[in-house]
Design a binder for this molecule. Structure first.
Ligand code: AMP
Length: 285
């Protein structure tokens, strides 16, 4: 596996790499969720570039940029063992040299939910993802369903900027008790960790209710949405270690607009346990 830190070296590598080429963008501190993206890319692509970049532009001023874990040598060993062709690990100055003044701003799908809770977050994500896609030039790029709004924002940006790449969504990898695997789970106390699966249980219960009521009558979408959101919110509120519920929303997974049925629906939640923010979602089908 090659380890690359400059865009110039990356371009030399990609110009000779067997195609199709797959891109797996990450912030490092790799876990089973990231490795599922790598496995999907390995299956479908002749070469895989994984990137590790803790993107300062997507962290708010009060967020965890400074304490975000950076176990680089473990990450590189995991990527190598998984058969990645090259790891691109650019320093911040390579991605944002002095004088950088361009931001990629995605509109509608970036506005609600995480966009409201984390102002500027998706500008940072969209700018770096656009840069990585232009730097690497992959045929395919892999993103987790775990960050469903990020996926919708990336799909929108690729369509709007006519970037010739297929965006591949990989299902959320979960712990045995249902908790979505996430770097930030490490910030939970043992008590909070034990309580955290309540988030997925609330989502799964709503999904089961949706299945049982399959076949939403014409015009009843808004009412079904309200019932599902209220039921999920009530379950989350029953867990004493959940300190705040940022949102519970049934949305169209492509536009992130409130779901009014029929068609694809997704239930997304964000909660806070102490200082830790957990997000998760399920597709309703
Ligand atoms: P991050 O390093 O947190 O920016 O995540 C990098 C990529 O891994 C994103 O596309 C995430 O959606 C994806 N990812 C993170 N956690 C999971 C998970 N539990 N299952 C599937 N994909 C994930």
């Amino acid at each position: 596996m090659r380890q690359l830190s400059t865009i110039a070296d990356l371009r030399v590598f990609t110009s000779g790499a067997p195609r199709p080429l797959g891109l797996v963008p990450t912030m490092g501190a790799l876990h089973a969720g990231h490795m599922a993206l790598v496995a999907a890319a390995r299956e479908e692509c002749a070469s895989v570039v994984a990137t590790i970049f803790v993107n300062p532009a997507q962290f708010g001023p009060a967020e965890d940029l400074a304490r975000y874990p950076r176990p680089l040598s473990e990450d590189l060993s995991m990527l190598e063992a998984a058969g990645v062709s090259a790891a691109f690990v650019p320093p911040v100055e390579e991605m944002f040299p002095a004088g950088s003044a361009t931001t990629v701003h995605v509109g509608a799908p970036a506005r609600p939910l995480e966009g409201e809770a984390r102002p500027g977050h998706f500008d940072g994500v969209a700018t770096v993802v656009a840069k990585l896609l232009l730097q690497v030039g992959p045929e395919r790029a892999y993103f987790g369903q775990k960050d469903a709004q990020q996926l919708a924002v990336v799909r929108r940006l690729v369509a709007d900027l006519d970037i010739p790449v297929s965006i591949v969504a990989v299902p959320t990898v979960r712990e045995a008790d249902g908790l979505a695997v996430s770097t930030r789970n490490a910030y939970l106390s043992p008590e909070q960790r034990a309580a955290a699966p309540a988030v997925y249980r609330a989502l799964a219960a709503a999904r089961d209710r949706f299945r049982i009521g399959a076949g939403v009558p014409a015009g009843a979408g808004t009412q079904v949405r309200a019932q599902l959101e209220a039921g999920c919110r009530e379950r989350l509120a029953r867990e004493p270690l959940i300190d705040a519920i940022d949102y519970v929303a049934v949305v169209d997974p492509e536009t992130m607009a409130p779901w009014a049925g029929p068609g694809a629906a997704m239930l997304a939640v964000a909660v806070r346990m102490g200082g830790v923010r957990l997000i998760d979602n399920v597709l309703l089908e």
